[in-house]
Ligand binder design. Structure first.
Ligand code: SF4
Ligand code: SF4
Length: 446
């Protein structure tokens, strides 16, 4: 079939580096002996633990209660005994409260886990409630609670859902494998989302470096008149929400606005598959797939793991380190978070565990900006990264804000192309954090 490949303005094409895992079937990780389940694995308020040391828990049992609407409960991924409820190091680089559970290896399912019924019969609110209770969050890595996305204010006229199957980050192949291995689940989950919001039009956007996934998903939607598969040009950050919306619908989300301003909700293919699982079986989000890869990993894999499995255990399952590791990143190389240690739990947002060798991890020294404007040409958010960065480094945050620092989607493309190796993204992040903190302070003082 001939397809037109759509895209957005700007962007880059870094080496894809997916060949180590893109053809490997997803493998199930061995049962962890210990899981460390943080109470905050989502954007929003952290959960309150509702179990104590010494308590017996089952698979799927709720162990952390959401606090407020923008929050998501957490559940046990194993059956066993709670060893402690305590602060542990997590992927943010800080410590956070977590429930530590020793697995009994029996995988006894909590009696509360029951199928939710057929989506044809479920009411929209019942679907949203099931998603909320299952602790489902954006599994592309953003971890925004999905029930919040599916509950737009009544004045917003949502008419389109776009499923993100772009997986534009180098190295990562979990969404690619999921589309090949569970296409029906993805479509079922998408239909549940459409019913929840009352939407009659949906797209699944897939980059054209995954022709097999495009083919499989086209087949999966053969009988679905309201769903289309859109082939996207392979370009980073094609999976960014605003970039994806523009590529698929030609609509531009206004500066500072959300996708709902243009009537669109964007979700990830993995989130859709989890929604299908929850509706069909009642099981909350207790496991997910991550790509464990990079030059310093002996046997890269796509691995289905239980939430809370320590990262070093998943690396061990991939044969361990092939060489002295230089850098560990959770997520992809462009937007993921560098880690100081592998003794942290893999969580709901862990789409990748990437380990560079020492050579790849080397950071060249930054030189003066040569005003080449390459960062401006490629910025997908239409910003002038050099000026935001300059103002941030000089602590002129108001000017950085005037240059629309808050519109930066933190894709890292500017840092990637800069011939002077300027620390563009890190300095822009500092500006964003300070501007947001100041706004919050001003709001609290009102
Ligand atoms: S300024 Fe932000 S959005 Fe623009 S290229 Fe840099 S990181 Fe990406
Ligand atoms: S790409 Fe680097 S050197 Fe070129 S204008 Fe931007 S900051 Fe300056």
């Amino acid at each position: 079939m001939k397809m037109k490949f759509v895209t957005f303005r700007g962007g880059i094409h870094p080496p894809e580096a997916k060949e180590a895992t893109e053809h490997l079937k997803t493998e199930k990780a061995v049962e962890p002996t210990i899981v460390v389940i943080p109470m905050q694995q989502h954007i929003g308020a952290p959960c309150e633990p509702i179990v104590q040391a010494g308590e017996i828990v089952k698979v799927g049992q709720k162990i952390g209660e959401a606090q407020g609407f923008v929050s998501a409960p957490v559940h046990s991924s194993v059956s066993g005994i709670v060893k402690a409820v305590t602060d542990v190091p997590v992927a943010t680089g800080n410590e956070a409260l977590a429930v530590i559970i020793e697995s009994d290896g029996k995988n006894e399912i909590d009696p509360s886990i029951k199928p939710k019924g057929d989506i044809e019969k479920l009411q929209p609110k019942e679907i949203v409630d099931a998603i909320k209770e299952a602790g489902i969050v954006g599994m592309g890595g953003a971890t925004f609670p999905t029930h919040v996305k599916l509950s737009p204010p009544p004045e917003k006229n949502i008419d389109t859902i776009i499923l993100n199957g772009a997986e534009c980050e180098p190295y990562l192949t979990t969404d690619h494998r999921l589309m090949l291995e569970k296409p029906e689940e993805i479509v079922y989950g998408l239909k549940a989302m459409m019913k929840a919001v009352g939407v009659k039009k949906a797209y699944i956007g897939i980059e054209n470096n995954k022709p097999d996934a495009i083919e499989v998903m086209l087949k999966a939607i053969e009988k679905e008149d309201e769903i289309k598969v859109v082939a996207l040009q392979t370009k980073y950050p094609q999976g960014g929400e605003k970039q994806l919306i523009y590529a698929v619908t030609n609509k531009e989300v206004p500066s500072g606005g959300l996708p709902m301003e243009v009537g669109v909700i964007v979700s990830n293919v993995a989130t859709a598959a989890q929604i299908a699982l929850t509706i069909k079986t009642g099981m909350p989000l207790i496991e997910r797939v991550a790509t464990v890869t990079g030059k310093a990993i002996k046997n890269p894999k796509n691995i289905l793991f239980k939430i809370g499995t320590p990262v070093n255990k998943l690396i061990e399952e991939c044969g361990g380190y092939a060489t002295t590791p230089g850098k560990l990143i959770l997520g992809g190389p462009m937007m993921g978070n560098a880690q100081h240690t592998d003794e942290i739990p893999a969580v709901k947002g862990t789409s990748g565990i990437l380990v560079f060798d020492q050579e790849q991890a080397k950071q060249p020294n930054p030189r003066n900006c040569i005003r080449c404007a390459r960062c401006v040409e490629i910025c997908p958010a239409n910003l002038q990264p050099l000026y935001i960065s300059e103002n941030s480094l000089a602590n002129r945050m108001e000017q950085a804000e005037n240059y629309r620092a808050l519109d930066c989607i933190e894709c890292g493309s500017c840092s990637y192309v800069c011939p002077a190796r300027r620390p563009l993204l890190p300095s822009i992040r500092v500006a964003k954090n300070q501007i947001i903190a100041k706004k919050r302070e001003q709001k609290n003082n009102k």
